[in-house]
Design a protein around this ligand. Structure first.
Ligand code: ZN
Length: 156
């Protein structure tokens, strides 16, 4: 049975090519092996590092449930709230609310005024004027027109 792969006319070239391919392949394999080895080494190192990190993280995260702020079984003192207590007998929502109102009060502002009081009276105007504001724009326009006509009369 003849071997169809090998040409009888160019056996040397074929063998040369085959040899070349084999050489390249082996070189390639070697290079690959080397890089794989180095990669494996790096991977090993990384794994070790990761393990160290994991252990450290565990150390930090473990006491979370036990340490820190002790859990209280108190609830919010606001009637009908029933949320877990956070501070000053309040839940987190009501505590935040209280803090907010305090802050506003400190800044001299009133909070949570449901019905708006009388509108602030602008400076320099009486209460009646504020109640019925004059058509200022129009008045100014008229005054300007009057002045303009006066100037024209003076020129003439
Ligand atoms: Zn509450």
């Amino acid at each position: 049975m003849p071997r169809p792969r090998k040409s009888r006319l160019l056996p040397s070239i074929t063998t040369y090519t085959e040899e070349l391919v084999r050489t390249i392949a082996s070189e390639f394999k070697k290079a690959l092996l080397t890089s794989t080895e180095s990669l494996q080494g790096e991977l090993k190192e990384l794994r070790r590092e990761l393990g160290r990190l994991e252990r450290r993280t565990e150390k930090f995260s473990q006491p979370r449930g036990r340490g820190g702020r002790p859990k209280s079984h108190k609830t919010c003192t606001v009637r009908g709230c029933g949320q877990p207590h956070v501070a000053r007998g309040l839940c987190k929502n009501h505590y935040q609310q209280a803090r907010y109102e305090e802050k506003k009060r400190d800044m001299g502002m009133s909070v949570r005024r449901r019905s708006p009081g009388p509108a602030p009276v602008p400076e320099g105007s009486t209460a009646t004027a504020a109640a019925a504001p004059p058509p200022r724009k129009r008045a100014a326009k008229v005054a300007r027109a009057r002045k303009h006509s006066k100037a024209r009369a003076a020129r003439a």
